[in-house]
Design a protein around this ligand. Sequence first.
Ligand SMILES: Nc1ncnc2c1ncn2[C@@H]1O[C@H](COP(=O)(O)OP(=O)(O)OP(=O)(O)O)[C@@H](O)[C@H]1O
Length: 351
Amino acid sequence: MNLLKLEHIQVELGGSTIVDDVSFTLEEGEIGCLLGPSGCGKTTLLRAVAGFEQLTGGAIELGDKVVSNGKAHVDPEHRGVGMVFQDFALFPHLSVEDNISFGLRNASKQEKRKRVGELLKHIGLEGYGPRYPHQLSGGQQQRIALARALAPRPRLLLLDEPFSSLDAELRESLATEVRALLKKENITALLVTHDQQEAFAMADKAGMMYRGRLLQWDTPYGLYHRPAHHLVADFIGHGVLLRGAITEDAKVDTALGMLNGAPLNGLKAGEAVDVLVRPDDIIIDDEGALKATIAARGFRGAHFIYTVMLADGSNILCMAPSHYQYDVGSTVHLRLNLDHLVLFHAGYCDT
Ligand SMILES: Nc1ncnc2c1ncn2[C@@H]1O[C@H](COP(=O)(O)OP(=O)(O)OP(=O)(O)O)[C@@H](O)[C@H]1O
C-alpha cells in the first residue's frame, strides 16, 4: 500500500517554481531518499510534504487521504508526520527521558516510561534516560532526536540532512543503525541528504532532483547502474562519459574499443553517444588488451582511484586495490568489466 503519494506537485516561492512536476510514491515501511545539488528544491519538497508549504499544483496523499492539493491543505500538526532536521535541538533543560516523551502528551506516565525505555534500547542508549543533552556526544544527541521524533509513532518520518553535523564515519554507521530502527518500527521515511553513501546505506528508493525536477526515482542500485539521465549518471557516484559512435552492426565504437550489447533505445548508426564508464568497470590487468597511461592517482584508503589516459587522449577513471601502486606516467594494461552499457545521446551532455 502506498503511504505517501506525490502527484505532479508544484511549489512556487517568491515567484519562482522551486518544485516542478514531481511525482513518486513510498510504500508503507519504505525509506526514500532525495539527492541533488544544493538549491535544487529538496528541502522545499520535504516542507511541502510536512505541510509547511502550500502547493501551486498537483496533490499529496498520505495514507488514503489527500493532505495537499489546490483546495485542501491539512495543517502540519494534523498530518501525523515526524521530523528530524539538521540542527536537531534537544531541549537543554529537559532530561533525555523527558525529551523523548515530549510528543507523548496524552500518554500515561507508565506508557511514557515503557515507550522511552523501548526506544532507548533500540538506539543503544539504555540507562541514559536521566542524563541531560550536554552530557551526550553529538551522535548520541542525534539518536535522541530521532527517538523523540519516533516516540509518537508517526506515519511518516521526514529527515532533512539529519547527520550532516557528524563526522563521515559516524554518519555512515548511524545511517545503517537508523535504517534498522525504522524497519523495526515499520516507519515510512523520506530523507534529504547530500551524502550519497548515506543515501545508499539507508534508502529502499532514491531520487535525484535537479532545478526542481525529479530526474529519476528508483532503487539506489538503479540510480547508480541504470541512470536514466546523463545528469544522474554524472552526479551519482564516480565515472566519466566517454564519447563514442554507433556502428552499422549496432556496436559502440569508443577509445576503449568496440563495445557490445548496448540497449540502443532508438539510437541509430552513425550517431554520437556518451557511454558511462564507472571506475569499477575498468580493471588494471597485465594481460589486458588495452594500453593506457596513469595520469593521476587518488588514495582512498582501501583503494586507489586512478585517472587513466587512453590512446586518443581521453581520460577514464579506474579503481584498484591500494596494494596496486602505479606511478603517474607509467603504462598499464586495462581489461573491461562492463556488464551492461549505459548510453546517452552525446548532445545531451552540452546542457
Ligand atoms: N521562502 C523562499 N522564497 C524564495 N525562494 C526560496 C525560499 N526558500 C527557498 N527558496 C529557494 O528555493 C531553492 C531551493 O531551496 P531548497 O532549500 O529547497 O534547496 P535544497 O535542495 O534543499 O538545497 P540545500 O541542499 O542547499 O539545502 C533555492 O534556490 C532557494 O533559494
